[in-house]
Design a protein around this ligand. Sequence first.
Ligand code: PRT
Ligand code: ZN
Length: 213
Amino acid sequence: MSSVLRIALQKNGRLSEDSYQLFKECGIRFDYGTGKLKSVSSNFPAEFLFLRDDDIPGYVEDGVADLGIVGENVAVETGRPVTTIHKLGFSKCRLSIAVPRGVDWTGIQHLDGKNIATSYPNLLGKYLAEQGVRAEIHEISGSVEIAPSIGLAEAVCDIVSSGSTLLSNGLKEVETIFRSEAILIARPQLDADKQSLVDKLLFRIKSVQAAKN
Ligand code: PRT
Ligand code: ZN
């Protein structure tokens, strides 16, 4: 049987549209948005799986998918041993520390002994350790920005893009700890047939990107 690449994409979120568009521009056709969790391409040996972004690195590590598109922030936070094969240039954002607007920020040491709410405990923990700051990391899965106003934490560490969410929650960005964009990740060991399909796909992706620059 000939090889088929299995590619995991975010089902419905900030990465989805650009991911679908990328394959379209590469001339690879498949149906999406029909509520189906799986779709087979009609003109390229690929099958697409539609998943929550957080699950994609794990599926790629386990070999359920050969490739996936996720934010670098998620790939690094989950710590799964997957290979980054290409940066895609969309869904750019940063992971930043923010504090209430009225705080007189004098530097990262300000956080010593404080509580920080985040959905990224690993990335934040590593950054604080590098800076020699001892703070309490409070992991929450969503609505991180409201933590200071409800007394849950003195600071937050969250994804920022335009900055308007921080602003509307009375917070100011004081330290950027990680910069992210969408990346194509792969299972570390692909057999020769699949690797040659990945090479074909990468060639198309690079051509699409080159045409835009
Ligand atoms: O349902 P599922 O688990 O698949 O999706 P999700 O809700 O976990 O992720 P989603 O779709 O919100 O984000 C997917 C990826 O997009 C993230 O992992 C980032 O790599 C990237 N990305 C780019 C962003 C943003 N921009 C972004 N602005 N992810 C989240 N945000 C959120 C942020 O958390 C904050 O609440 O938007 C708010 C800030 O935006 P601004 O513009 O107000 O600063
Ligand atoms: Zn998610």
